[in-house]
Design a protein around this ligand. Structure first.
Ligand SMILES: Nc1ncnc2c1ncn2[C@@H]1O[C@H](COP(=O)(O)OP(=O)(O)OP(=O)(O)O)[C@@H](O)[C@H]1O
Ligand SMILES: [Mg+2]
Length: 316
């Protein structure tokens, strides 16, 4: 059994009189101690999925289990809630501006694990050390920290209760290249030491490539491909994955000519066509793609991979 399992998960919002299907039938598993990258264009539903997993809002349909326990009900138990934490894109907005670093980091320990006093102090020191902040930062307020330091505090806060899974929603997007690199190295080291699993949501394919063991690609509320990271980057099977990867300038000059950039507009989630939602933009389209919804299934030609496509990109 995987640590986290999603089956047929859907999330529908209502906005301005319209129904917005943000997540449309997602099956996904995350293994203990591993990193799953979640990528896809803006608005495809990544944060919605992350927020369901972290218990910030419930799914509309489908089942989510964490260690065999059904969510969101199981989150009524703080001993379960302690085990899944989230880090947000903008650390400053997610930190209480009036709480000093030590209080910010200690809060989940007190609320979720009932740990206070000396024991809490010791664990706060330990996680601050883990994220590379020495004791001199304990008394600072969020506004007295740099963006990278704020993100370290947010990560320390997420880790303090010894979670089994942390959802990281674009945790490095506001940071410059060198700080980003250091946060990635930090996340790796923490994973090695604490055995935590990550769902790493990001637009930054380069960072995903360095951090994730596997990658799930999302398009308009569905997972369209999932593969081990090196396999996905070496040979994308879904035409959408290929286009997404091609949008990033390649380091390899031989591959620069071989680009199929994303053409056309993403359809509105509230007015989806029949069939595959990517059909209107797809270079590999067949007649049946407009009539029939493909289903995410094991790729017969690429073991270990899942793809949701009637006409995948040929393997090299
Ligand atoms: N609270 C909400 N009410 C109504 N619609 C919402 C709400 N939150 C998100 N949506 C819609 O749900 C869809 C998915 O949004 P979501 O934030 O999950 O995307 P995302 O993949 O995280 O995008 P980004 O990369 O820009 O962060 C979008 O169409 C968005 O407009
Ligand atoms: Mg988002």
């Amino acid at each position: 059994m995987a640590l986290l399992e999603l089956t047929g998960v859907e999330k529908t919002y209502r906005a301005a009189g319209r129904i917005v299907p943000a997540v449309r039938g997602v099956d996904l598993a995350i293994e203990a101690g591993r990193t799953l990258g979640l990528v896809g264009e803006s608005g495809c539903g990544k944060s919605t999925l992350g927020r369901i997993i972290a218990g910030l809002h419930p799914q509309s349909h489908g089942t989510v289990t964490f260690d065999g326990l059904a969510l969101p009900t199981a989150y009524g138990d703080r001993a379960v809630r302690r085990r899944v934490q989230m880090v947000f894109q903008h650390p400053y907005q997610s930190l209480n501006p009036r709480l000093r670093v030590e209080a910010t980091v200690a809060e989940p320990l007190r609320l979720l694990a009932g740990v206070t006093g000396r024991d809490a102090d010791r664990r706060v020191d330990e996680v601050l050390h883990l994220v590379g902040l020495d004791a001199s930062y304990r008394r600072r307020l969020p506004r007295e920290l740099s963006g990278g330091q704020q993100q370290r505090v947010a990560i320390a806060r997420a880790l303090v209760s010894r979670p089994d899974l942390v959802v990281l929603d674009e945790p490095t997007s506001g940071l410059d290249q060198s700080v980003r690199g250091r946060i990635v190295a930090l996340l790796r080291r923490i994973q090695a030491e604490e055995g935590v699993a990550y769902l790493f949501i990001s637009h930054d394919l380069d960072t995903v490539r360095r951090l994730a063991d596997e990658v799930a690609v999302m398009y308009l509320g569905r997972i369209v491909e999932r593969a081990a990271t090196p396999d996905l980057f070496a040979a994308p099977r879904h035409p959408y994955t290929r286009a997404l990867l091609a949008a990033v300038p390649s380091m390899d000059p031989r591959r620069r000519g071989n680009r199929a950039p994303l053409a056309g507009e993403t359809p509105s989630p509230s007015e989806l066509p029949d069939g595959c939602a990517f059909a209107g933009r797809c270079a590999n389209i067949l007649d049946r793609c407009r009539a029939e919804q493909p289903i995410l299934a094991p790729d017969p030609d690429a073991p270990g991979r899942l793809v949701e496509c009637f006409n995948p990109v040929p393997l090299p």
